[in-house]
Design a protein around this ligand. Structure first.
Ligand code: KG4
Ligand code: ZN
Length: 345
């Protein structure tokens, strides 16, 4: 079985083709993938402009599909199922991927399969050379979500804790904006932080000692704003780098501490990190150190698969299919779900 997957929930158009091995054995294999990031287009506005995102997905989706087929040396006739991100995400952007996927499936006489975007992130480490084994604790850290989850198998997700306000990616992005960095701020702030001393500023670690695997990042953003105001109109490059380093250190410390708490609560010895913030080098370094101390194995997706992509959607569909959990549609109908809790999958 070959699954063609589409991702269009935000500012990346992703298409990928994954093959499910025969006999139900082994991890599905990535045959081809193509991605177009809209970051350059949205940068002028300091954030994603939903209408521009939708229109750009329309422009990109078919050329990317042709690219994936060319890469894998296959044609549309070789596709057995078409998967797409059903949500959560921007409504107009989701409609493009869902509409194209379901129309393509109908034209080919093949079934289509809706996928939860966060399930894609969660299962993206299965695209790496060293895929995890179930069960594991997952730290899901993206631009819109920050959750700790117990994952017993594909489709068996229990939320252990999540953010009560901003997501970790949002904390990175909003703080970066306050520091005058371009969108999306996370990677820019991480780069600036390399030059800084995290001890130069004292920033809060909200809910650090709550004793529960929950998060809150809104207060941190306010604290960064207060510091930026104190620095005045023309902060030095060193001051900006120090504040970036302090912000990153605060976010990372909370993420690491809560991940360890979730591992302790569940008694599990495996951690999977997924979502855009999972690309952060300091987070990886500190998680590696904390996990090594506790004899916990930690898995990350490949760096380029941390942020949104089509491969994770095709992979999630393939894993569902392999386990017989998939409920594909064949009637050409579809619905998007801009707001959708992963616990409800
Ligand atoms: O998972 P993702 O691509 O999109 C969502 O589904 O939200 O995550 C994007 C988020 C953004 O907030 C971005 O700033 C953050 O991931 N991010 C990073 C890094 N790379 C991406 N944050 C910190 N350090 C990074 N290296
Ligand atoms: Zn995402």
């Amino acid at each position: 079985m070959r699954v063609l997957g589409f991702e269009s929930s935000c500012d990346e158009t992703g298409v990928a083709l994954v093959e499910v091995p025969g006999g139900g054995q082994g991890v599905p294999k990535l045959l081809g993938e193509a991605l177009h990031s809209q970051i350059a287009m949205h940068q002028a506005y300091g954030g994603v402009v939903p209408e521009l995102a939708s229109r750009d997905h329309i422009r990109r989706v078919l050329p990317l599909t042709r690219e994936v087929l060319a890469q894998s040396g296959l044609t549309l006739e070789d596709v057995d199922m078409v998967a797409y991100t059903q949500g959560p995400g921007l409504a107009g952007a989701l409609l493009v991927g869902a509409g194209v996927a379901v129309a393509l499936a109908a034209a080919l006489g093949k079934p289509s399969l809706p996928i939860h975007h966060l399930e894609g992130h969660l299962l993206s480490p299965f695209l790496s050379a060293d895929p995890p084994e179930f069960p594991f604790v997952a730290l899901l850290v993206s631009g819109g979500h920050t959750q700790l989850m117990r994952v017993d198998d594909v489709g068996q997700y229990e939320i252990l804790g999540e953010t009560i306000d901003d997501a970790a990616g949002e904390a990175f992005d909003k703080s970066a904006k306050l520091l005058g960095l371009p969108y999306p701020g996370g990677p820019h702030l991480a780069k600036l932080a390399q030059q800084g001393d995290a001890r130069a500023f004292e920033l809060p670690r909200p809910l650090l000692h709550s004793g529960k695997p929950d998060f809150s990042f809104a207060g941190l953003k306010t604290a960064v704003l207060t510091q930026v105001k104190k620095l005045g109109a023309a902060p030095s490059e060193q001051q900006r780098a120090d504040l970036a380093a302090a912000t990153q250190a605060a976010i990372v410390e909370v993420l690491v501490k809560k991940s360890m708490l979730a591992l302790k609560e569940t008694g599990l010895k495996r951690l999977v990190v997924a979502g855009g913030v999972g690309a952060n080098a300091l987070l990886r370094e500190q998680l590696n150190a904390a996990c090594a101390k506790r004899a916990v194995r930690v898995h990350y997706p490949e760096l380029q698969l941390c942020t949104d992509n089509g491969a994770m959607i095709a992979m999630a569909a393939a894993l569902r299919l392999q386990r017989g959990f998939a409920r594909p549609h064949t009637d050409g109908s579809f619905a998007i779900r801009p707001r959708w809790d992963l616990g409800a999958v």
